[in-house]
Design a protein around this ligand. Sequence first.
Ligand SMILES: Cc1cc2nc3c(=O)[nH]c(=O)nc-3n(C[C@H](O)[C@H](O)[C@H](O)COP(=O)(O)O)c2cc1C
Length: 249
Amino acid sequence: MPRLLTPLSFVLIGFLSAIYLPALLPSFIVNVRLTPPPNTNITLSATDNMADALFKLIRNRRSYYPLGKEIAVPKGRIEEIVKEAVLHTPSSFNSQSNRAVVLFGGEHDKFWDITTSVLKPLVPEEQWGQSSGKMSMFKGAAGTVLFFEDQAVVEGCQSSVPAYADKFPIWATQSDAMVQFVVWTALEAEGLGANLQHYNPLVDEKVAAEWKTPANWKLNAQLVFGAKTSKAAEKVFKDVNENVKVYAS
Ligand SMILES: Cc1cc2nc3c(=O)[nH]c(=O)nc-3n(C[C@H](O)[C@H](O)[C@H](O)COP(=O)(O)O)c2cc1C
């Protein structure tokens, strides 16, 4: 696969290695501080209105690394969550382009073994210790949800509505991002921890071969989930009043 060796791949690997591992990096590099208690037990009160309850769940969703394999949530419940998210998340023109594969146990381990084997020849030897540590950390979780968008659906939309041909790929990715957010938030509402990874496109071919996903399913993201074992990093917020403008007349 010559495309794996492009400079972009190295940029991607460097990005994933350097940026996305606050748990393994010294705090002076990434300026990450740990919050006091992990916000694991949210309580929805009877006096919450529906939007308050929703925002409690949204605030509760964070990135957790590392994660454990022992989880109290049954596999069937996780399957149900992913199916509900794929079913009810909106898509442009109701095209329903979202696809997902849920990997538990040995299948989850296999995904991270595959990712490790793909990365190994690409990562400079002196950086392999860190990358290998990340792979072991992700493998140590209970499961991974793979999120895809169906390119056959996207192309069908482009043929049906040529005026928006350039928009459909963007809208499909946006819809998939919504599914990712719903699943991530719902898994945390069940008390699990999760973090979002992007080892696509490096692993795409091996994933398709291993789990027989159709060639038109394009992998977008991987949500690793499991038992929380540590606190989420403190999150610094920009001033929302600068970022949201309101006009009324
Ligand atoms: C589109 C998107 C891409 C992301 N990619 C990664 C990733 O590749 N690796 C990772 O560890 N976290 C990734 N994250 C997680 C973000 O770094 C994280 O959500 C953000 O820092 C806020 O922290 P929180 O999730 O704890 O609220 C991604 C998040 C989003 C929304």
